[in-house]
Design a protein around this ligand. Structure first.
Ligand code: AMP
Length: 595
């Protein structure tokens, strides 16, 4: 019998688990008949644990012992934590977040352990394998941390799958005709992604993906609460009251998806005061407009990345609980100029897709190959602090790319390989994924050869190989678990910053490249001038070109420096050619004299 592979949607707000049973992908219900479980963990004072609805029920009594939205912390550093994380976040000595003495992986593992338990109870057998989904925008550290959470829960994670890709499988988009293109709009509790997929030779290609790991329904709850407290002039809210008020904001939001008005009502929320405020659907639409607008910007960016217009798409599908909001559906319909497909249960589509993927992997379902893309460019730092891209943004994975580098100084015995992720021209503006030193045999400047290869496996985990060509020694570093070294700013910020700074970035790259060339040329030119081999007419031009380079260097302007360096290069090129010719003539002459 083939091993069962679970399909798991480990969501910010809710989670679900499924498996293929008798050839059908199904989601598994718990003892209460529920197929969707809150991603909540209660940790008692003596270390007792409860997960799901049972954990949430304890929130009114012990709000600071019930952890929700742990996905927002997984694979991140403590200094990147959220303003409104519901429970106090501590920092370990190595800068990682901890909640109630546990790491985000350990807390996520509790949710996964519960899902595994439900599945084993339903299927009546031990299960050890799973496919787990993550937002398309999760970077290496977040993917690796999710994988570790699975391992802590006793699950071998056979695939980390992008959520929109899972959704595409659930919608049966593989049944569309060749070259059909589909957009998957996924707005959940804590994250947003828009992915554009294309069917080619019966295979899914992800053409582009864009999103924000900090944009979801939770933010809208906070905006609703802010509107209510501002209207009523309430400025101080303690953490216990806040939990109750946020729950009410969420309830009001859901009600307004069905009704035209809802009453925000919390009696004695702080023991003394009460709130009762009517909110209309129109109010909600006003509050939500900028929030929806943020998702639309990502949609436009993804379309631009894929070089497509809305008319090029054959379908738009909605997933994630927040796509139940009528204003969201309308905005998506307006932007993509078509009615979105809402045939799937928005909360179940991703777990179902993960289940289908599991079924494909163990042979229980027909094979479809899925290809994902890199959300941001990957590269290393080179001379002058420049970013050298090895794998560009939106490259289909799995993938491999390599390049040859040389030493910057004579006799150098080690090179630092600094791995970067991002869209900016200068290394310092990109995210540092980690660095390591590679030793090599000393050689004159520019003579040592080091090959650097990046490999991204099907789980999106990056492995870097550095090879000293003279000794054939390889250094291999897996960066999948480099959480401490990852600077996790929102991907959205990275992309929009790169657009915003495009002109200054390019100017700095041109200046740096010209400066490096100038630093190489100037000492060589001075040495030749000192030898007195230069004719007067050449000397005049070379000295003028040298002076122009020096002035441009002090002025710091890119184009004048580039022009001056080109002039100096041209001036020395004729000189170099003449010197070679002269040396040849002399050799020939000497040869003739010896005859
Ligand atoms: P997910 O992360 O996909 O489970 O989505 C959860 C988010 O969907 C939460 O922010 C919920 O408040 C939101 N949500 C669920 N149902 C509704 C609804 N009927 N109307 C508006 N938002 C909803």
């Amino acid at each position: 019998m083939r091993d069962i592979i679970l399909g798991i949607d480990l969501g910010t707000t809710n989670s679900a688990v499924g498996t293929v049973d008798s050839g059908f992908p199904i989601l598994l219900a718990n003892e209460d008949g529920k197929r969707i479980f809150p991603s909540a963990v209660w940790i008692g004072r003596n270390g007792e644990i409860e997960v799901g609805a049972a954990a949430l029920r304890r929130r009114t009594i012990e709000p600071d012992r019930v952890i929700t939205s742990i996905k927002r912390l997984i694979g991140r550093r403590a200094d990147e934590t959220e303003e409104h994380f519901p429970v106090a976040v501590a920092t370990t000595s190595n800068g990682l977040p901890q909640v109630l003495g546990k790491s985000p992986e350990e807390i996520s593992a509790e949710i996964l352990r519960e899902l595994k338990r439900i599945a084993e109870w339903r299927m009546g057998t031990t299960i050890t394998k799973a496919v787990i989904t993550v937002p398309a925008y999760f970077h290496d550290a977040q993917r690796a941390a999710t994988k570790r959470a699975g391992e802590l829960a006793g699950l071998e994670v056979v695939r980390i799958l992008n959520e929109p890709t899972a959704a595409a499988l659930a919608y049966g988009l593989d049944k569309l005709s060749e070259h059909s293109r589909v957009a998957v709009y996924d707005l959940g509790g804590g994250t947003f992604d828009l992915s554009i997929l294309e069917m080619q030779d019966g295979v899914f290609q992800v053409l582009a993906t864009h999103g924000d790991t900090r944009l979801g329904g939770d933010d809208l709850d906070a905006l609703i609460l802010r509107r209510v407290t501002e209207r009523l002039g309430i400025d101080e809210i303690d953490s216990t009251s806040r939990v109750r008020l946020m729950e009410e904001a969420e309830r009001v939001k859901r009600t307004l998806s069905e009704n035209d008005t809802a009453v925000f009502r919390v009696p004695f929320y702080d023991g003394a005061r009460s709130i009762e405020e009517t909110i209309t659907r129109e109010d909600l639409e006003t509050i939500a407009a900028p929030w929806i607008g943020r998702t639309l910007r990502h949609c436009r960016q993804a379309l631009a990345d894929a070089a497509l217009t809305p008319e090029d798409l054959d379908a738009v599908v909605l997933v994630g609980g927040s796509t139940r909001i009528p204003a969201v559906r309308q905005a998506v319909a307006d932007l993509f100029k078509r009615e979105p497909d809402v045939s799937q249960h928005p909360d179940e589509a991703i777990a179902l897709g993960a289940t289908i993927q599991g079924g494909i992997m163990n042979g229980a379902l027909r094979q479809i190959i899925l290809l994902d893309v890199t959300p941001l460019s990957l590269g290393i730092e080179t001379f002058g602090g420049l970013m050298n891209v090895l794998i560009p943004r939106n490259t289909t994975i799995p993938c491999k790319a390599g390049e040859m580098f040389t030493n910057a100084a004579d006799g150098q015995t080690a090179m630092r390989v600094r791995v970067l992720q991002g869209e900016r021209e200068m290394a310092r503006d990109n995210w540092d994924l980690g660095d390591f030193n590679v030793g090599f045999a000393p050689a004159p400047k520019g003579q040592a050869r080091m090959g650097v290869q990046f490999k991204i496996d099907e789980n999106g985990i990056l492995e870097v190989l550095a090879r000293d060509v003279s000794t054939n020694t390889d250094t291999i570093v897996k960066l999948g678990n480099a959480a401490v070294n990852v600077d996790d700013e929102a991907v959205e910020a990275m992309v929009s910053e790169s657009v915003e700074h495009a002109f200054t970035d390019i100017a700095e790259r041109i200046f740096t490249e010209a400066r490096l060339k100038a630093e190489e040329l100037l000492p060589a030119v001075e040495a030749v001038l000192a030898q007195g081999l230069v004719r007067d007419d050449e000397r005049v031009e070379i000295e003028a070109a040298t002076a122009a380079v020096k002035t441009a260097l002090t002025q710091g302007a890119a184009t004048p420096l580039k022009t001056a360096v080109q002039r100096l290069d041209a001036a020395t090129e004729t000189l170099a050619a003449r010197l070679v010719e002269q040396a040849l003539d002399e050799a020939l002459e000497r040869g003739m004299n010896h005859q």
